[in-house]
Design a binder for this molecule. Sequence first.
Ligand SMILES: NC(=O)c1ccc[n+]([C@@H]2O[C@H](COP(=O)([O-])OP(=O)(O)OC[C@H]3O[C@@H](n4cnc5c(N)ncnc54)[C@H](OP(=O)(O)O)[C@@H]3O)[C@@H](O)[C@H]2O)c1
Length: 255
Amino acid sequence: MRNSVLITGANRGIGLALARHYAALDWEVVATARQPDAAGELQALPAGSARVEIVPLDLTSPASRQALAEWLAGRPLDILLHNAALLGDPAPQEFGRLDYSLFHDSLETNLVGPIHLSELLLDNLQQGRQRKLVFLGSAAGSHGLLGPGLKLYAYRASKAALHFAVHELAGDLASRGITVGLLNPGLVDTQGVLDRAPGEPVPRAFQPLLPLIESGELELLRPAEAAARIATLIASLGPEQAGRFINVDGSELPW
Ligand SMILES: NC(=O)c1ccc[n+]([C@@H]2O[C@H](COP(=O)([O-])OP(=O)(O)OC[C@H]3O[C@@H](n4cnc5c(N)ncnc54)[C@H](OP(=O)(O)O)[C@@H]3O)[C@@H](O)[C@H]2O)c1
């Protein structure tokens, strides 16, 4: 029997790279997208004989979360991988200009939705063999890594809250044989910075980071490399890492 993984937000970025990675390993991949019909790169999978199913999920919608759970009812899942997130534009995340609709959507997408979906899919995970519930957190949501300059109220607050909820979950689910992991993917080039043509402008979000990236102080990973490292970490995830915040290089990060 094949291993199985459900990856949220798998139509682009790290999620797409993860779907590609697991499909190439011949896993059964359930890949979610808000708009499956527009998920061209996902549709171009599977690689080899792998089975990739693309299913709709909008994490801001309780009905969409419920529909996914109903669609999956009775099917074992080895890994539930919460990748999807809403970063949001920086301008409406500055105090004095806060967009509360974006704030609300960030909390639903990055915190409430993933925890609700974990509750809904608990039976599926318990029927699986690996029983791993994994969340992609962010260094931007770590109190211990607080640094100046990054003003993303909704994203940072929602990720910090997610970290806390994951910490609680790790304790609650250990007795049910489920290992809960929280991983930081590091800085990942989801916008083609590394592969841009000569003279092509650097996306705005990366401009302040470019000197650090070019000096080697900051590592910018290609999505495929990040996905491979994340999958390796998940493969070795055991009860001793549960409830810890693990960086893509395997080191432990402060909360
Ligand atoms: N990239 C980095 O450097 C970095 C660093 C630290 C942490 N992370 C974390 O790693 C994960 C993946 O990041 P990424 O850079 O690959 O993100 P991304 O390129 O922005 O992709 C985000 C994915 O989440 C989906 N999504 C957004 N809102 C959603 C909703 N309401 N319901 C369902 N899906 C939704 C998006 O779907 P649409 O295409 O429909 O918008 C997309 O598939 C996130 O959890 C992020 O916080 C990334």
